[in-house]
Design a protein around this ligand. Structure first.
Ligand SMILES: Cc1cc2nc3c(=O)[nH]c(=O)nc-3n(C[C@H](O)[C@H](O)[C@H](O)COP(=O)(O)OP(=O)(O)OC[C@H]3O[C@@H](n4cnc5c(N)ncnc54)[C@H](O)[C@@H]3O)c2cc1C
Length: 569
């Protein structure tokens, strides 16, 4: 077997994490409890797929000499670049079926290498997909581009991973697009600086991926979206370089950054970006507050968000979410509240937020409100470690016959209550219809704004007990489409930070944004990528080449699922 051309520690090719990582004994126990609660297959052993078991068509392209040293056709590279990390991706990896792998995976060392890949692709009619960490959960990196391309080249940015310059005076840093979260933080640390952008996928996702998808970090307010941290962007398009000017702000017409941020690999490669960095926080204060009902908890969060306090964390966990995260008693809603600063103590901020919480019926144990370094103790600490470990559970839930997925939206406060109730109701009903059994639906807020929250829904539903992953995928698809439709119908956004990709177009993005805007975006794309090479089917159709949104929600479910056997639901 050919060797990978990558330089990083080997990833688990069939799931989340590094190949040599496992769950702790305590985590395994918790996992078994979760599987039993949802009615999965109990102790189903995971039989990890071996690379040689994957059914893949052979590469349709051979790299020219110029690219030979940076291009791979190794099975490990083709499989790890065939999917992102959504539930559907994990199922399809378990199925050992990869009908649309990239024909080639390129590992450029420089912008010149990327240009050479683009020239080669243009010459032979191949599609090109920028690949950061591959943590997309919406089909953003999937090489399912339709039949009008001769082949697909996935371009992995992992060698462009350096922090090139630090401007201490302006507190900004120039960082390459392929840098993973831990890589860039490690390089900033000696300067006493941090980007402080911590999505749950931080360990395995990249700066270029964050910018391309408008990622949201785990802080609830203020500087947490990558949009606000970007000072300028350099993008290499098929037509050449487009680079915005470094400025703290500007009123000079429509901003070039606004076109590049969120472009999801459809316009070009984000090769580097000046980003706003911050001093590392040293002051902290936190509290965990219980509320008798969701309405009171959301009222308190609204008051806090409108008081100008800007907590770093203000996670509202509804009663189901709290229990699923190992905190709460199943009746109360919880708010995990935290403040951080590199400049000043935060006791006054915490006190005022607690006053607002008390006004809405919130209560807390005195021991659960901390300032200083103790802030990681208590429910906040438990929640944080659960948050970072949660993705590892998905590797085992899928083979155990549990459908587990999440989706996020945002809605203004005036519509939140109705939205929360209706989304849960429609999702519960979709789960019953798809699986014949009740599922579990929970919600938390990931981000809050003065004008509304970003609710993040998690659902667990029964897959199949006999390991029939094809039926499980069909059930998931029905539920996912219902979720896309519910949040869009009810006036929310189909995604708050997971991006659009291919999976959020049906029933969602295509209905959400104005038709004229999509036409204007298509025009911009036509200028930057006239041959329609870049990530076809993501965000918009590529009519020139016949590419429409492919992926698991449109057209390429591997086989038509057989209806579940009687009594098997
Ligand atoms: C367990 C889990 C937790 C997650 N938590 C969060 C979260 O907290 N917040 C959040 O926002 N998202 C989250 N995500 C989603 C995902 O991590 C983000 O969308 C992330 O920004 C993707 O970064 P990446 O480097 O992995 O990009 P990839 O998955 O490789 O690519 C994503 C998209 O960006 C494009 N792209 C990637 N790199 C470049 C580049 N250099 N230039 C141009 N285009 C590029 C790709 O073509 C693709 O369309 C999570 C995903 C998982 C699996």
């Amino acid at each position: 077997m050919a060797e990978t051309r990558g330089h990083r520690r080997q990833l688990r090719h069939w799931g989340w994490g590094y190949a040599d990582e496992t769950l702790t004994a305590a985590e395994r126990e918790q996992l078994q409890r979760l599987v039993a609660t949802v009615g999965g297959a109990g102790d189903a052993a995971v039989v990890p797929p071996q690379l040689h078991e994957y059914r893949m068509p052979p590469p349709r392209l051979q790299a020219p000499d110029r690219l030979d040293a940076i291009v791979s056709t190794a099975a490990y590279d083709r499989v790890t670049h065939a999917y992102g990390k959504s539930f559907a991706d994990l199922v399809r990896l378990q199925l050992r079926d990869v009908p649309h792998p990239p024909d080639l995976v390129a590992f450029p060392r420089s912008e010149d290498d990327i240009t050479a890949v683009l020239d080669f692709a243009a010459g032979c009619g191949a599609a090109v997909i920028p690949f950061g960490g591959g943590t997309s959960v919406c089909g953003g990196v999937e090489p399912d581009v339709g039949g009008d391309y001769s082949a697909v080249i996935s371009v992995d940015m992992q060698y462009l991973n350096r922090v090139l310059e630090v401007d201490r005076t302006s507190r900004a840093a120039l960082i390459e697009g392929g840098a993973l979260g831990p890589e860039l933080e490690a390089a900033l640390k000696p300067h006493g600086l941090t980007l402080r952008h911590f999505p749950q996928s931080f360990q395995f996702s990249t700066l270029g991926g964050w910018i391309a998808t408008r990622a949201g970090g785990h802080f609830a307010t203020h500087y947490t979206h990558i949009d606000d941290l970007v000072e300028s962007v350099r993008m290499l398009t098929p037509q050449g370089v487009m680079e915005s000017r470094r400025l703290p702000g500007s009123g000079a017409g429509p901003a070039p950054d606004r076109l590049m941020i969120g472009s999801e690999g459809t316009l070009g490669f984000i090769t580097r970006s000046w980003v706003r960095v911050q001093d590392r926080p040293t002051f902290r204060a936190s509290a965990s507050i219980a509320f008798p009902a969701m309405a009171q908890a959301s009222g308190a969060v609204r008051a806090i968000s409108q008081a100008g306090l800007f907590p770093s964390n203000c996670r509202l966990l509804d009663p189901v979410e709290a229990v699923m995260n190992g905190v709460g008693d199943g009746r109360t809603a919880l708010v995990v509240l935290a403040f951080e600063s590199a400049d000043h103590p935060l006791d006054a901020w915490l006190s005022r937020a607690l006053e607002l919480a008390a006004d809405h019926g919130g209560s807390w144990e005195p021991a659960a409100a901390h300032s200083g370094e103790q802030h990681r103790a208590g429910a906040a600490g438990a929640w944080r470690s659960q948050f970072l470990r949660a993705p590892y559970y998905r590797n085992y839930l899928t083979p155990a016959g549990v459908i587990a997925d999440t989706f996020e939206s945002a809605i203004t406060w005036d519509r939140f209550e109705g939205f929360y109730a209706a989304v849960r109701e429609r999702l519960a009903s979709a789960i019953r219809t798809a699986t014949g059994a009740d599922g579990i639906v929970s919600c938390r807020f990931t981000h809050i704004y003065p004008d509304g929250p970003a609710p993040y829904f998690t659902f667990y539903a029964r897959g199949t007990k006999n390991g029939d992953m094809v039926s499980m995928l069909a059930r998931w698809r029905d539920i996912k489409l219902a979720a896309n439709a519910a949040v869009t119908d009810l006036g929310g956004t189909v995604t708050h930070h997971h991006a659009v990709g291919r999976d959020h177009r049906p029933a969602g993005y295509d209905r959400q944004v104005p038709h004229l805007f999509r036409t204007a975006f298509a025009g911009a794309r036509q200028v930057l990528d006239p041959a329609g090479l870049m990530n076809p089917g993501v965000l918009i159709d590529t009519p020139l080449r016949g590419a429409t949104c492919g992926g698991v929600l449109r057209g390429t479910l591997l086989h038509d699922a057989a209806p579940p056997a009687p009594g098997e639901r």
